[in-house]
Write a protein that binds this ligand. Structure first.
Ligand SMILES: Cc1cc2nc3c(=O)[nH]c(=O)nc-3n(C[C@H](O)[C@H](O)[C@H](O)COP(=O)(O)OP(=O)(O)OC[C@H]3O[C@@H](n4cnc5c(N)ncnc54)[C@H](O)[C@@H]3O)c2cc1C
Length: 302
């Protein structure tokens, strides 16, 4: 029996663990991935809006967070697959069969990239599906397709255009939703073509990605375009599948919390992006975790 089980070791989970340690709570943190850090591991640009620190990328900030927790007395298990959770009973069952019990649970599972859910998307993972434009050198000299119409899609198109002869940006809307700084560069780039009001229906290929099938508004039928790489940037969604039907969520699956970060289940808290659709930021995640830990500690005074 632990005082606190923290699910997720991104900035929110790490901050919660740090605070739980400081407040003398016996804590176990469970992380699905091999590495802690969550979305910080996807940030390849400098981070300069987290007060007090300026880092060249998310990895460096993650390392600073880890450095600050290394002397803390909490347990961290990585590569843990949770098979089921009973929030009312504060019980977590792992895929390995092990059962864990706590007095309080902190949900810090953050966000994942939204998928298109089209044929080929999963099948070509690692075989033409581009995880991050930080890996763009692997696509140098290849024609690629970027799917999405906001900042992340526009930024990735611009980065890929540094090494790819053609980049086609396909998005649903009439107009791009990206910031002006990006759209201006997109429209002046010689190798980027933007397809508005268009949808990719399938990703095709044999062993690797070879083409995408695109449906354009007003066109009689879909057409195929040869590409060797595809990157999908259509937003994020909260990692809350595990908790569905056990606590209150909004219609997009974000956990609804009180001002004390508590969910609709007593002694179950949610911190960070998973409960913050309005301002998903590192500072909000760090602060929310401190609040949850303090509330738990105040209730567990023995
Ligand atoms: C490209 C990019 C740039 C960004 N730039 C900035 C910036 O400049 N400034 C800023 O403030 N914010 C920025 N952000 C946002 C910031 O990274 C997030 O707000 C922050 O990481 C949220 O932390 P979190 O711990 O709530 O969630 P996450 O970082 O999403 O971490 C959640 C963790 O939970 C784990 N997890 C999920 N499901 C389970 C499960 N079932 N079991 C166990 N573990 C699980 C995940 O593996 C992950 O490690 C950026 C994000 C991106 C993607």
């Amino acid at each position: 029996m632990h005082d606190v089980l923290i699910i997720g070791a991104g900035p929110a989970g790490l901050s919660a663990a740090r605070w739980c340690d400081e407040l003398g709570l016996d804590t176990l943190m469970l992380e699905l991935s091999e590495e802690v850090g969550g979305q910080l591991l996807w940030v390849h640009n400098p981070i300069d809006n987290y007060l007090g620190l300026h880092t060249k990328d998310g990895y460096e900030l993650r390392d600073r967070f880890v450095e600050q927790t290394k002397d803390c007395d909490f347990d961290l298990w990585t590569q843990v697959e949770i098979a089921g959770v009973d929030l009312k009973a504060k019980r977590v069952v792992l895929r390995s069969g092990e059962e864990l019990q706590a007095i309080a649970i902190i949900i810090a599972t953050g966000l994942r990239r939204r998928k298109l859910g089209i044929p080929g998307e999963d099948e070509f993972a690692g075989r033409g599906m581009i995880e991050s434009s930080a890996d763009r050198q692997a696509f140098a000299g290849k024609d690629v397709c970027v799917i999405g119409g906001a900042d992340a899609a526009a930024e990735n198109a611009l980065l890929l255009a540094e090494v790819c002869p053609t980049v086609t940006l396909v998005h649903r809307g009439k107009k791009l939703r990206a910031r002006r700084e990006f759209t201006e560069q997109l429209h002046t780039s010689h190798c980027i073509t933007v397809f508005p009001e268009s949808v990719v229906r399938r990703i095709l290929g044999d062993d690797h990605v070879e083409a995408v099938e695109i449906e354009r508004a007003g066109a009689i039928k879909p057409f195929q375009m040869a590409v060797q790489g595809v990157i999908v940037r259509i937003g994020f969604e909260p990692n809350t599948d595990l908790f569905r039907d056990q606590l209150r969520m909004d219609d997009r699956g974000y956990v609804i919390i009180s001002s004390q970060q508590e969910t609709s289940v007593e002694n179950v808290f949610a911190v960070g992006d998973v409960a913050n659709p309005l301002s998903p930021t590192i500072s909000s995640a760090i602060g929310a975790a401190a609040t949850a830990a303090k509330v738990i500690a105040s209730r567990l005074v023995r």
